[in-house]
Write a protein that binds this ligand. Sequence first.
Ligand code: SAM
Length: 373
Amino acid sequence: MSPTPGRTSDGPGRRSFGADGSLRDDLFGDAFASSGDAFAESRLVFLEGNRLPERFRGLAESGVPSFSAAEIGFGTGANFALCAELFFRLCPDRTLEYEGLEGYPLSPAELRAAHARWPGELKPWAEALQKTWDEGKDELAFRNARLHLRFGLFADVLPTLERKADAWILDGFAPSKNPDAWSDALFAQIARLSAPGATAATFTVAGDVRRRLLRAGFDVEKRPGFGRKRSRLEARLARPAGEVAPGAVPGTSAGECKKALRHALEQAVRSGDESRARSLLGEAGAKPDGGLLFLALRSPAPVGLLSLLLARGCPPDARNAKGSTALIEAIRAGLPEAEELLLANGADPGLPDGRGRTPETWRALVRNGTRKR
Ligand SMILES: C[S@@+](CC[C@H](N)C(=O)[O-])C[C@H]1O[C@@H](n2cnc3c(N)ncnc32)[C@H](O)[C@@H]1O
């Protein structure tokens, strides 16, 4: 279906401009940007979605010299220009390294036509990009941004890259129109090329995309979308870069996917990361079972997590492998607020542990100091 990618346009017939000037790829059957205020939407989905305003401000106050971003689907360069313009405003003394991946580059004429709709503040970047295209170059240093254009199919280009990205802009057409931009193999490469704590943002919340990001080691969160759109996706690398979940290879089974989800959830609860646990519990297949209550009780944020887990359906009278109940473990841990929460959520106040010791017995033992907490 797709013509061979190359430095020049695939010629007439591949792309067309609508009456409002919007660009469409007729072979993929999808638009480059949504209709309406595409720039405001991109700012929300990709810049806010990667928390770039906040991170750029932080960078300006830190000693870190540069920030690295990468985009799957460079197209007209609109996301690059938005990102570079923000970086220039907030971080004028630092360097933005930007990898722009593109398999079917626009012709210089198409690029000019697309840039005609850009707002005034992006015009300097439009001109710089047009010059780069006219000269047939694939590197652009403009103000404090360095753009590295990587022409070729995502699947061919990604394995050749080495620079680790702090933020990913995932903009390769809708998954239903272009599965190659959302494959397990692509996400495994993205994980390999991610700096610790890297983020990724996209407009789609398709279940497959969320599961694939998760398998590649990212936690994902649905966030309110732009305008009338319900949602968009924010992702954050949860495992150290390089430690990709075993399932992050093509052909991962549903079972492996579930395992990766369970692993991520246990990690989040164990480390007291309530917001990550909340997002993971929202995933299809996440099971709020009693075992998590015991992990929460030993975590750095037991009360918040317990309240989340109980609200999501963890059984309050769960027992651990030794037959102890969550209520008894809360007593032993000296957590009266956790005790109250469990009781308020229906825990049986008289339920004994496997050796017949009731919560009351345990309270007395802890009070008298005869049992270690
Ligand atoms: C939605 S458009 C990107 C819009 C772009 N971010 C912008 O700011 O204009 C998706 C882009 O991905 C490119 N693309 C789609 N599939 C690709 C593939 N498998 N490899 C490389 N590029 C691809 C298309 O040519 C297109 O330019």
